[in-house]
Ligand binder design. Structure first.
Ligand SMILES: NC(=O)c1ccc[n+]([C@@H]2O[C@H](COP(=O)([O-])OP(=O)(O)OC[C@H]3O[C@@H](n4cnc5c(N)ncnc54)[C@H](OP(=O)(O)O)[C@@H]3O)[C@@H](O)[C@H]2O)c1
Length: 298
């Protein structure tokens, strides 16, 4: 049996869909009934209600399971209310690993992001790095996928920018527009996570992964503007000014820009290899332009 934590999320839903076509039973953790409903269409899938922050709910998910796919996290666009990053990434992952050890789980496959590194206490990246470390030190076989930004139906990165481009007479660009990204299709990421369950060559590896093309942030904005059939003047917001704005937005319950998002603009979000998926998993991933031509944005 395969257990999934985070199966109601953007990546997790695609993982559950792909797992449901395999032979093993699948058990998925969920918090809200509304989101769990989206998973009821998949066969072979049992749903177990719980929360990473309530350790007593984890044994029911993991008892009798062999492997765990872990796609739960707080994404950088969400505000760090009451140390949410620390509570979910560090305390929550510790709870999951403890329960996995007790249940005899043999492998943990973690979906993470590019650029996790030890950093100042309390920063987003520090909590993401500690989350990975807890899994690397668990004594259980592990594989960590560290991806660049994802596209596909429900991608907050693309859909949030599209909302702004539709509404505003200009297109805001964070920083100088030169930060590089290597967008990858969410269904291709789900496929890699699921295939890693059967691949001993992936054991104890943290693998940076991206799609077949590199884009600067400016090029991504241009592509979104043309996909939406709009004409927009780009307004550049230097990183220092964006940081001040993010601090001010932090007063809102759902800020449109968070300090954590800006951490993702502090480095190039790319791997060294545009064919990394072919080289590691042997299939050709979908490229962003083809996806947008066929599906548009959101
Ligand atoms: N989206 C991207 O472009 C992107 C790019 C690179 C890396 N990643 C990484 O991929 C992973 C998945 O991202 P995503 O886009 O799928 O995020 P998402 O849509 O926000 O999904 C996050 C999942 O985590 C669950 N979760 C959060 N707190 C929880 C808790 N206390 N207990 C149990 N479950 C909890 C959520 O449950 P609910 O549904 O109940 O909220 C949801 O299922 C993250 O590590 C993210 O950083 C994403």
């Amino acid at each position: 049996m395969i257990a999934v934590i985070g199966g109601t999320g953007f990546v997790g839903r695609n993982v559950v869909e792909q797992l449901s076509t395999r032979d093993e039973p699948v058990r998925v953790f969920y918090r809200s009934e509304a989101k769990a409903k989206l998973l009821k269409q998949f066969k072979n899938v049992e749903l177990v209600k719980g929360d990473l922050l309530e350790p007593a709910t984890l044994p029911r998910l993991l008892q009798g399971a062999d492997k765990l796919i872990f796609t739960a996290a707080i994404t950088a666009n969400v505000k760090n209310t009451d140390n949410l990053y620390q509570r979910v990434h560090i305390n929550g992952t510790r709870n999951a690993v403890k329960a996995a050890q007790a249940a005899g789980i043999k492998q943990i496959v973690l979906q993470s992001g590019l650029g996790t590194k030890p950093d100042k206490p309390g920063t987003y990246m520090q909590t993401r790095w500690e989350m990975e470390e807890i899994i690397r030190q668990s004594g259980i076989d592990w594989f960590i996928l560290q991806t660049s930004i994802l596209f596909g139906r429900g991608s907050e990165f693309f859909e949030a920018q599209a909302r702004i481009i539709r509404m505003a007479p200009f297109a805001p660009v964070i920083g100088d527009g030169n930060t590089r990204f290597q967008p990858i299709y969410v269904k291709d990421v789900a496929r890699c996570l699921v295939e890693a369950l059967d691949r001993s060559d992936k054991n104890k590896r943290s693998l940076p992964l991206g799609g077949p093309e590199f884009y600067s942030y400016r090029q991504l904005i241009n592509l979104m503007v043309s996909t939406l059939g709009k004409q927009r003047v780009k307004i550049y917001l230097p990183l220092w000014a964006a940081r001040i704005q993010a601090q001010l937005f932090n007063l809102l319950p759902k800020p449109p820009l968070t300090p954590a998002t800006l951490e993702l603009f502090g480095f190039d979000n790319v791997t060294l290899d545009p064919q990394i998926v072919e080289h590691e998993f042997g299939f050709k991933p979908l490229d962003l332009k083809t996806y947008l031509k066929e599906n548009g944005i959101g």
